[in-house]
Design a protein around this ligand. Structure first.
Ligand SMILES: *Cc1c(COP(=O)(O)O)cnc(C)c1O
Length: 446
């Protein structure tokens, strides 16, 4: 069978202009191992973006595979209202021990966006049931990304994804996000005290009273181009949310599970949000599952006699899927037993030094920013003025295609090239990936 022809006949791929596939047909993957994907023709691709930031411990990790195989002959799925199972119970018990303090009530959903939606409703209902029904609006950062369902898309602040749908979206208060590369206050990352937080203070003064929750991607605004900002911003946000009785909701769907060098990005700021949303790395990138984890304080406001009507009447068919839970438990076991974060931390320094060495002085590299193994290289037309290239030229896309030819999956965000690899990437693999990346930049921007 001509798989590519059949693919294009029947499949509408995500986040794609399908016409682009005329020129760059879908790569049909046959199998994968660790950092590498292998297509049906045997060509390999190093997956330095963790297959959309979800693969955590390598593809076909033997321990996670084994955990899934063991689980599947026991229990594949079961209704999760009134029923429970050992994998879900063990997972939540283990997770509550590594989460920021106070987060110990786990609500399951089946993808990141739906965890955001659940958190929105949870926060709203909390205020409703504590006599604050006027708290019905939400705040988020500009250029935020929180997913694609209507509530989550509203919360996001990227026109690329939401522009067309604005007439159907909720009216969210967007606070101008920190933009450290183009800091308005002329500060650099080293001497920053998050002066830009005054933007948030201003919005809270206006809208704090009517606001239910503030959603934030802690430390890294991923889809915005791996925009990294200092932890002091989160500390300030935590304080301000407390002052106005606004829930702080940390969207750690992308930043959780060691991506930033600590288990959770909130750990850098030593703060606990009122709700944390997890997905992606949660199952090692194996299964679609997500969690909105909250505190006893919020949970207890829903806890009442049935006829008081205070329950959280929210459900997903695949809540707490046992296979996904089995994978998620094994992920936590591996992180702990194989000292993954410790090794990744050492390698992160090596990786960032290597990238800076090779690219810092490049004519078109405006900024290299990094946290944990995440490294982003922002390409600009003019370094002095930090002027971006005309996006219609699609240089990032050209670099992506060039890298594919050379066997690296280096999907870009506009003209921002980034690495967000599985935590198990070796230094040898880093050497290869950076070498290829430099070649691709030079060939496209020659
Ligand atoms: C991926 C992502 C989401 C959405 O998760 P899906 O599973 O794709 O719905 C939400 N927030 C952040 C920060 C993400 O990176």
């Amino acid at each position: 069978m001509d798989f590519i022809k059949k693919d294009l006949e029947h499949i509408w791929h995500p986040c794609s202009q399908m016409k682009d596939y005329e020129e760059l047909p879908p790569i049909v993957v046959d199998h994968a191992k660790d950092m590498y994907l292998y297509d049906i023709n045997g060509k390999s691709y190093m997956d330095v973006v963790s297959s959309w930031w979800c693969n955590l411990l390598g593809h076909c990790n033997p321990r996670i595979n084994e955990a899934l195989k063991n689980q599947i002959d026991k229990l594949e799925h079961v209704i999760f209202a009134n029923f429970s199972h050992v994998p879900a119970i063990s997972l939540c018990d283990k997770l509550s021990k590594v989460l920021p303090n106070g987060l110990n009530k786990c609500f399951f959903t089946d993808n990141g966006s739906s965890a955001i939606e659940a958190a929105m409703k949870m926060s709203f209902q909390y205020h409703y049931q504590t006599g604050k029904a006027h708290k019905k609006r939400f705040m988020a950062l500009s250029d935020a990304y929180h997913g694609e369902t209507v509530g989550a898309l509203s919360m996001g602040g990227m026109d690329l994804y939401s522009e067309i749908y604005k007439p159907m979206l909720m009216d969210i208060i967007h606070v101008e996000a920190p933009d450290c590369y183009r800091c308005k206050y002329g500060k650099c990352r080293e001497n920053c005290d998050a002066q830009c937080f005054e933007e948030a203070e201003r919005e809270f003064e206006k809208y704090g009273e009517e606001t239910s929750a503030f959603f934030v991607e802690p430390l890294v605004q991923g889809a915005a181009g791996m925009r990294i900002y200092p932890s002091i911003y989160l500390k300030k946000l935590r304080k301000l949310c407390d002052k106005y009785n606004v829930h702080m909701i940390a969207d750690e769907i992308a930043t959780g599970y060691g991506r930033t060098g600590k288990m959770f990005a909130c750990d850098h700021a030593e703060i606990s949000p009122d709700i944390i949303c997890l997905s992606k790395g949660l199952t090692g990138g194996y299964m679609p599952m997500a969690l909105a984890v909250t505190t006893d304080k919020i949970y207890n406001v829903f806890y009442a006699d049935y006829n008081e009507g205070k329950a959280f009447m929210h459900s997903h068919t695949y809540s707490g899927n046992p296979l996904a839970c089995a994978a998620a438990i094994e992920v936590l076991n591996i992180l702990e037993e194989e000292k993954i974060l410790e090794t990744a931390k050492e390698n992160a320094t090596y990786f960032n030094n290597l990238i800076c060495d090779k690219l810092k002085n490049h004519k078109y590299v405006g900024e290299i920013r990094s946290i944990g193994l995440i490294n982003a290289i922002e390409l600009v037309e003019d370094k002095k003025n930090k002027k971006s290239f005309d996006s219609k030229k699609r240089y990032g896309y050209e670099i992506y295609k060039k890298a594919l030819e050379k066997g690296i999956l280096l999907r870009t965000l506009g003209d921002i090239i980034y690495f967000n690899p599985p935590l198990i990437m070796t230094r040898e693999e880093m050497d290869i990936a950076v070498e290829v990346c430099v070649q691709c930049i030079n060939e496209v921007l020659k």
